[in-house]
Design a protein around this ligand. Structure first.
Ligand SMILES: *[C@@H]1O[C@H](CO)[C@@H](O)[C@H](O)[C@H]1NC(C)=O
Ligand SMILES: *[C@@H]1O[C@H](CO)[C@@H](O)[C@H](O)[C@H]1NC(C)=O
Ligand SMILES: *[C@@H]1O[C@H](CO)[C@@H](O)[C@H](O)[C@H]1NC(C)=O
Ligand SMILES: *[C@@H]1O[C@H](CO)[C@@H](O)[C@H](O)[C@H]1NC(C)=O
Ligand SMILES: *[C@@H]1O[C@H](CO)[C@@H](O)[C@H](O)[C@H]1NC(C)=O
Ligand SMILES: *[C@@H]1O[C@H](CO)[C@@H](O)[C@H](O)[C@H]1NC(C)=O
Length: 672
């Protein structure tokens, strides 16, 4: 065989490797520079290479594969297989054709994956979902397009009723949604006048006619009254980064496997296999009280004599998930190809996700609160607090319609950052894109959040400091500076001044947990303050929900070079309890330290079970789920917090009264 034959084989193999990497490992934007020339080169080489002569019995050398097993089992690849695998030229017409066909199929696969978002317009997708949940209200999103050519608007009525297992109320008229073709047939409305901690359901009507979708009413439960001091026990989920059908499989363009796995995890009847080893713990405060409990304890169900329901005396109560926080890169407007600053295309990406049967399983049952990140706009987007900067207008228009309008209202008009509470637990969701300055900007004026948002965040910290147990701060990009490479310009690492100032305040607040995504890896990181009195901060970064992760390359440093000196007084006590000596010892600890790092996995999310019912021992049980399996468990012990609350007797009494009515099977819904 000639050199040309081996060259063709080499180009062919390069093509195969490049396409497989593109479709299964990293859908890089470089594909448009690499794949088309490689394909043309291959076709030219294939066309120009003469058919090798049939000289002798074998033109193809037999390849001896290395030993596969220690018991000397030698696998000898057959000649045709080698020819196909290595794309070697062959005198056989069938083999030559098969080789070409393999490469052609790969081309079609790459084309399907790249262009599917473009031709799958998803214009007819109909859906409804829940956004913000309040103690007395919920936000409902509806998309209900009308296919008639001349129709430009549609009014849809939400009707609702209370729906406890023992009682179903009368259907009542709720808000009306105004759907127009300009708003892509999407609208969000607030349904108010509800009771706290109560289950309801809603359906959609056209006048008095109940619409065929949703086939079953959608159920939801309002949040508890935050003025109650009874503590909370609930679960929520967090992750970020989704693209349909990655890693690619043929004809699965609407699948988002991560959401299939999430639905299975949350609602499948078969129990999830949980490793039985005790979970490691992080103590946010070094108090002996917090150290004592290190394992998850089963909780006795409250006994009730009024209810007819049979409740087992002791049950492991895993509370149902109340909501999901989705931390951005919900769409990939620019991966693998950027379709441009086009309003229609941005909207199309959102429609595609809501069209996905995988995602539908989740959003029809679980409220989702969003923030955005760069790929919802454009890679490494820097907003400069200038909304005219393209493509912000078109990107945020689509984000608003589909995701943000149903989020909680912001402290400031027209802003995307917001805060909310679940019982005695507080959340602040940042906007890390719109106001950030260039990472090359003078460090003293460089900002990630912008003045107004920063003020809102500090204001919130002051408010929740003494009035809530756990404080979750949500950032689309990691707060830690330990991630290297691209993260050094795109994450908080590049905004070191603002981060240091913020961190010094966070260390004064007990029980702060930062939630982030973006890196397509999981990591838990602790931040240590300068003194014993300063509170430790923990960051939990989880992604991707359903996207790539990069094998082999490790981009997370395990600890920061900067360290803090922590001084402690070691007290030596004699047998009779008298203090013999007090010695001050200094210990150097890293400012930032990785507690756990799991880079592997295309489908990752974290479940956080918050339990503050014992206010002396508040805990968060973290469970990281990768490819549907629990990959890591961790218990975060909070510091006891003396909650300062207004004596909200006015709200407490009706709630108790209502509970009594509920237990008697008399729903208060009938009375008010
Ligand atoms: C749509 O509107 C145009 C102009 O107003 C009219 O000529 C046409 O008949 C309408 N089509 C339908 C289906 O109503
Ligand atoms: C609602 O009813 C009106 C009038 O009967 C009709 O034109 C419209 O198409 C209906 N909308 C839906 C979504 O069925
Ligand atoms: C937004 O998209 C439209 C096309 O849908 C385009 O004409 C326009 O220039 C884009 N930018 C802005 C700021 O509207
Ligand atoms: C905002 O961005 C637009 C578009 O790049 C530019 O024309 C304008 O001058 C910017 N405004 C400010 C205040 O920087
Ligand atoms: C939080 O409360 C503690 C104790 O009262 C106080 O020292 C600290 O400054 C407060 N932090 C903020 C941000 O309000
Ligand atoms: C250790 O004890 C001394 C004397 O009581 C005190 O001044 C110092 O602040 C203590 N150090 C720490 C870290 O608590």
């Amino acid at each position: 065989m000639s050199l040309l034959h081996y060259l063709t084989a080499l180009v062919s193999t390069a093509w195969r490797v490049a396409v497989l990497v593109f479709l299964r490992i990293l859908p890089s934007t470089y594909c448009k520079k690499i794949l088309p020339p490689l394909w043309l080169l291959y076709v030219a080489a294939w066309y120009l290479t003469p058919v090798p002569p049939r000289n002798g019995k074998r033109t193809v050398p037999l390849v001896r594969a290395p030993l596969l097993h220690t018991n000397a089992f030698v696998v000898q690849l057959s000649a045709p297989l080698t020819t196909l695998a290595l794309s070697l030229p062959s005198p056989s017409f069938a083999l030559r054709t098969a080789n070409f066909a393999i490469n052609l199929l790969l081309l079609l696969g790459a084309a399907e994956f790249t262009f599917f978002p473009f031709y799958d317009a998803a214009t007819s997708v109909t859906f409804t979902r829940l956004g913000a949940i309040y103690p007395d209200a919920v936000n409902i999103v509806v998309r209900y397009p009308i296919p008639l050519h001349n129709t430009t608007q549609n009014e849809i009525l939400v009707s609702w009723r209370q729906a406890s297992p023992t009682f179903e109320g009368q259907w009542q008229d709720g808000p009306t949604l105004h759907l127009t073709s300009q708003s892509d047939w999407v609208d969000t409305a607030r349904l108010g006048g509800l009771w706290p901690s109560t289950t309801y359901e809603y359906r959609l009507q056209n006048g008095s006619h109940v619409l065929p979708y949703p086939a079953e009413p959608i159920r939801f439960k309002t949040f508890p009254d935050p003025r109650l001091t009874t503590g909370s026990h609930f679960r929520f989920l967090v992750s970020s980064c989704t693209a349909p059908n990655f890693p690619y499989l043929p004809f699965q363009g609407r699948r988002i496997k991560g959401f299939d796995l999430l639905a299975e995890y949350l609602w499948s009847t078969s129990p999830v296999v949980v490793p039985s080893a005790p979970s490691p713990t992080t103590v946010l405060v070094d108090s002996p009280a917090a150290e004592e409990i290190s394992t998850v304890t089963d909780v006795a169900a409250p006994k009730t004599t009024l209810s007819a329901q049979v409740i087992p005396a002791v049950a492991k109560l895993t509370p149902p998930a109340e909501f999901m926080l989705f931390l951005g890169d919900f769409i990939y407007a620019d991966v693998p190809l950027y379709f441009g600053d086009d309003q229609g295309m941005y909207r199309q990406f959102y429609r595609r996700n809501y069209q996905s049967p995988s995602f539908r399983k989740v959003y029809e049952r679980l409220p989702i609160f969003y923030t955005y990140d760069d790929h919802d706009i454009k890679n490494n987007y820097v907003g400069l607090a200038n909304d005219s900067l393209p493509p912000f207008q078109n990107a945020s228009n689509a984000y608003r319609l589909y995701n943000a309008d149903a989020n909680y209202a912001s402290a400031h008009a027209d802003a995307h950052y917001y805060d909310f509470r679940y019982g005695d637990v507080a959340f602040f969701v940042m906007d890390t894109r719109r106001y950030r300055s260039e990472p090359s900007e003078d460090p003293s004026v460089r900002t990630m959040l912008g003045d107004k948002q920063l003020a809102a965040l500090y204001d919130w910290l002051g408010k929740v400091n003494g009035t809530t147990t756990f404080k979750f701060i949500v950032s689309s990009v990691p707060f830690t500076s330990l991630w290297q490479m691209d993260a050094q310009v795109d994450s908080w690492a590049a905004y070191a001044h603002e981060k240091a100032a913020l961190l010094s305040v966070l260390h004064t607040v007990p029980n702060v947990v930062v939630l982030s995504g973006d890196r397509h890896e999981f990591a838990a990181i602790e931040f240590n303050g300068e003194t014993e009195r300063e509170h430790r901060v923990l960051e939990v970064s989880t992604s991707p929900m359903s996207m790539f992760w990069i094998p082999l390359v490790r981009t997370l440093r395990m600890r920061s070079e900067e360290s803090v000196v922590r001084r402690m007084n070691m007290t030596t006590v004699g047998v009779d309890g008298e203090v013999i000596s007090v010695e001050e010892v200094a210990e150097e600890v890293p400012k930032e330290r990785v507690v756990k790092y799991i880079p592997e996995g295309n489908y990752k999310f974290s479940s956080l079970e918050v339990d503050t019912r014992d206010l002396q021992r508040p805990v968060v049980h973290l469970e990281v789920v990768i490819h549907g399996q629990v990959a890591y468990k961790h218990t975060i012990h909070g510091e006891p917090v003396q909650l300062q609350t207004s004596t909200a007797l006015g709200t407490f009494v009706p709630q108790t009264f209502k509970d009594v009515l509920d237990k008697l099977g008399l729903s208060s819904g009938r009375w008010f």
